[in-house]
Write a protein that binds this ligand. Structure first.
Ligand code: NAP
Length: 244
């Protein structure tokens, strides 16, 4: 079945690869972004030239009204939404005692409340269709602790709780909810760590390299699609074996 998807945080990194893979697989895709309009539009132009059906939409996932306006725009352009990939996220390294309340709130607003907003905005279409798929993007640090990433790790653990609970709640309606927990993926997000730390993280990864956005996109597309029709409430680690 052709899907109509919203991918949050799709201008760069993992979300960008997910949006591309979904569009190349025939889905109608909304490429959501926060600030990097040029990158989102460049991706949309490339996918459209390849025959894809895509649109771009600026919305801060932390802003409920903006997310609802995005869902309405997707419905007007493409029809009912059948897939949500809640990927937009922010990260950073801070010692816990230095975390200010505004930072704590912003991490939760984007990483957790953002998922709440986009899932709730799309859900009426899925409930009406008695079908649909939701994929959240957590992190291996949501399954395991990470020094100096307590807030990020807490938001990513919250997403796993949300995924599992929502999977149970929505199972009778035919809507599946799953999660991908990436390891260290070579995107803008991890460049602050520096080349030396990234090299040691690659070494600490059993498969001996950093992941690519496409590695994660493959896992997301698998969970999103019909091959995963009997999977719900799962956390799939796309981490090169980091957490085994
Ligand atoms: P990235 O390269 O930093 O890209 C982040 C994307 O999210 C961009 O498209 C950005 O839009 C968008 N974004 C940020 N805040 C947003 C907001 N408030 N509303 C809407 N969009 C927003 O990140 P990434 O590495 O691809 O990470 C994607 C997801 O994977 C995140 O949830 C992250 O926590 C998770 N993850 C990443 C790694 C990793 O190693 N990279 C590992 C585990 C989990 P603009 O371009 O407009 O700024």
């Amino acid at each position: 079945m052709e899907q109509t998807a919203i991918v949050t945080g799709a201008s760069r990194g993992i979300g960008r690869a997910v949006a591309a893979a979904l569009a190349q697989g025939g889905a109608r895709v909304c490429i959501n972004y926060l600030r990097q309009r040029e990158k989102a539009e460049e991706l949309a132009a490339r996918l459209t030239a390849e025959g894809g059906r895509v649109m771009c939409w600026q919305a801060d996932v932390a802003d409920r009204a903006a997310v609802e306006a995005m869902a309405d725009a997707v419905r007007r352009r493409f029809g009912p939404i059948s897939l949500v990939v809640s990927n937009a996220g922010i990260a950073g390294q801070l010692q816990f005692q230095d975390v200010r309340e505004a930072e704590w709130d912003r991490y939760f607003a984007v990483n957790v409340k953002g998922a709440y907003h986009v899932i709730q905005a799309a859900l009426p279409d899925m409930l009406h269709a008695h079908a649909g798929s939701i994929v959240t993007v957590s992190s291996m640090w949501g399954l395991r602790g990470a020094s100096c990433e307590a807030v990020y790790s807490a938001t990513k653990a919250a997403l796993i709780g949300l995924t599992r609970s929502l999977a149970l709640e929505l199972a009778p309606t035919g809507i599946r909810v799953n999660c991908v927990a990436p390891g260290v993926i070579n995107t803008d997000m991890v460049q602050v760590l520096g080349q030396e730390t990234l090299a040691s993280l690659a070494e600490a990864t059993p498969l001996g390299r950093l992941g690519t956005p496409e590695d994660v996109a493959a896992a997301v597309c698998f969970l999103a699609g019909e091959q995963a029709g009997f999977l719900t409430g799962q956390v799939l680690c796309a981490d090169g074996g980091f957490i085994v």
